[in-house]
Write a protein that binds this ligand. Structure first.
Ligand SMILES: [Ca+2]
Ligand SMILES: [Ca+2]
Ligand SMILES: [Ca+2]
Length: 164
């Protein structure tokens, strides 16, 4: 409660401006407002849309809560059973929230190859940082193949598609 760092000083100015005429601005009231407004910034990631070859790209949604007055770049790592650079276009490892935005979307371009594969996963995990706290730090989505059905159907020699 009530520390006196430079960051808190910035928060004072933003809060008093937003509050407008409802505040009586004296030094005591200003100091009290700082403590209330000084929330930690929290960042989360979640699965938004699964990917499927030649149908849809995969999408992760990033959200943040707290002070949105500055843009914020967040770093992440990707893992999972899908292969970066082969099953999907390699990810940059960073995503940026624009100023005043509390969400950002990461679109993963799925490669439509000719290889029959199982459904695979992409997992995105946020890096820790001194600039924010982690909410939901990691999530996974699915990448669905579109080659297995056709291969199986032809090799079975049947007229009915077992995957339909
Ligand atoms: Ca694969
Ligand atoms: Ca394919
Ligand atoms: Ca495939």
């Amino acid at each position: 409660m009530g520390d006196n760092t430079a960051d808190d000083g910035e928060t004072v100015i933003a809060t008093l401006t937003g509050g407008g005429s409802t505040y009586t601005i004296d030094s005591v009231a200003g100091a009290a407002t700082v403590t209330i407004a000084d929330q930690p910034l929290t960042v989360s990631v979640e699965r938004w849309t699964d990917g499927e070859e030649n149908v849809s790209d995969a999408v992760f949604r990033f959200t943040r809560a707290g002070d949105l007055t500055s843009s914020l770049t967040v770093s992440y790592t990707s893992t999972g059973t899908a292969t970066s650079g082969t099953d999907f276009t390699a990810l940059s490892g960073t995503i940026t929230f624009a100023e005043d935005e509390d969400e950002a979307y990461l679109t993963v371009s799925i490669t439509d190859d000719a290889t029959a594969e199982q459904t695979e996963t992409i997992v995105v995990t946020l890096d820790t940082s001194s600039s924010y706290e982690l909410g939901n730090a990691s999530d996974a989505l699915f990448v669905r193949d579109n080659d297995r059905r056709q291969v199986r159907w032809i090799s079975d020699g049947t007229s009915s598609d077992p995957y339909s």
